[in-house]
Design a protein around this ligand. Structure first.
Ligand SMILES: N[C@@H](CCC[C@H](N)C(=O)O)C(=O)O
Length: 366
């Protein structure tokens, strides 16, 4: 099969996005790997030409005259090279790996941490593996955070995963499937407009299952409890979406939070590593704009300040409802954009709707 011409589209610093058609046939390419491998390769009888720029801020231009299916890069996949697709959900970005042929992740947690490095690697908030399903599920999702730790769940990651599967399996239009995760069975549904609606399951409120050592304040749930962080008493509610979240609307007796004023880099790690959270925690700082409109900034366990957190958005709507601050259906503004969240009374499940986009295809040297 031949491809006569390939268009490149500028999308992100340091990358050129190859057209999907090209990328599917070629395998995958990124400026990272191209700079690292060679400047010009023979591809069967065709030639892939790379006009490279040495400055990391400039972009590589890629053209191909004739590409055969047995391309150079496909042949080159080995233990030393990992093909991936970079996705993001509202700026929460992930390296997606097609791991459907094995129940073991293709790379280690240490390698994932290196790939996530924004200076010395691809740059991402985590690496996600699309693996064979277990327990009757269609697929399994595993994820490593950017520090290499493995969380149970990732809301934005699920939406990216769904779009990745649709791309791999060539699914068109509305589609849903089941995914096994560390938080149990999750069901994403790709909408006609490309957004992904996810049944995120039932929130976990029992203190020891979150887990938190804070004592229950509403039965076994920790709602508007006091947590002393660095000498300041905060009011927090703890919710697990499979992974732990600590949600705060402000300090005890203090004014409502203005999240833009927070020094997240300073306060975030103190929550994450607080002794009351034996598995560490994600923390959402929330400002109430109205009963159906909330604004948040997040400090993620194992990833730090990110532009969005899907499980965090779900957890904070649960917290806002439990604290009597909001309705069950809310728009949550995150630094990277809005998510629609509903904690449905009828089935106690949380539904999250939002976007997920492919950014570029790449091959990383391990
Ligand atoms: N950004 C994610 C959450 C990823 C996992 C988290 N850092 C943890 O360790 O629990 C999301 O969108 O939910």
């Amino acid at each position: 099969m031949e491809i006569a011409a390939v268009n490149t589209v500028s999308v992100a610093p340091q990358t050129r996005l190859l057209s999907n058609t090209f990328s599917r046939k070629l395998g995958s390419v990124s400026s990272l790997s191209l700079r690292s491998i060679e400047r010009e390769h023979r591809v069967g009888s065709a030639r892939l030409r790379v006009s490279a720029a040495s400055s990391s801020s400039s972009m590589d231009a890629v053209t191909a005259e004739k590409i055969t299916p047995a391309s150079f890069l496909e042949n080159r996949e080995s233990k030393k090279v990992l093909h991936f697709v970079k996705y993001h959900g509202l700026g929460n970005d992930f390296i997606l790996v097609d791991n459907r042929d094995s129940s073991e992740p293709k790379i280690t947690q240490e390698q994932a941490a290196k790939l996530c490095d924004r200076n010395f690697g691809v740059g991402a908030d985590g690496v996600i593996f699309a693996m064979p399903g277990v327990n009757g599920a269609d697929y399994t999702m595993r994820i490593f955070n950017s520090d290499g730790s493995e969380p149970e769940m990732c809301g934005n990651g699920v939406r990216c995963f769904a779009r990745f599967i649709a791309e791999l399996e060539n699914l068109q239009g509305k589609h849903s499937f089941t995914m096994h995760t560390g938080a149990g069975l999750i069901v994403p549904e790709i909408q006609d407009d490309g957004q992904v609606k996810v049944d995120m399951g039932i929130p976990i409120l029992k203190a020891q299952d979150v887990p938190t050592k804070l004592p229950g304040t509403k039965g076994e749930a920790v709602v508007q409890a006091e947590l002393v962080v660095d000498g300041v008493t905060w009011n927090v509610t703890c919710v697990s979406m499979g992974n732990p979240h600590c949600i705060t609307f402000g300090t005890k007796g203090g004014p409502n939070l203005k999240v833009d004023d927070l020094n997240l880099q300073e306060i975030g790690p103190k929550f994450e590593h607080h002794e009351m959270f034996p598995a560490r925690t994600n923390t959402e700082f929330v400002e109430v704009l109205s009963r159906s409109h909330l604004k948040m900034r997040v400090w993620e366990r194992g990833a730090g300040a990110t532009l969005a957190c899907g499980t965090g958005a779900c957890a904070l709507v649960v917290a806002a409802v439990l604290e009597g601050r909001a309705n069950r259906k809310c728009t949550v503004d995150l630094p990277g954009g809005p998510l629609e969240i509903e904690w449905r009374q009828e089935d106690n499940h949380i539904y999250m709707t939002g976007p997920a986009e492919a950014v570029f295809y790449g091959s990383a040297l391990l």
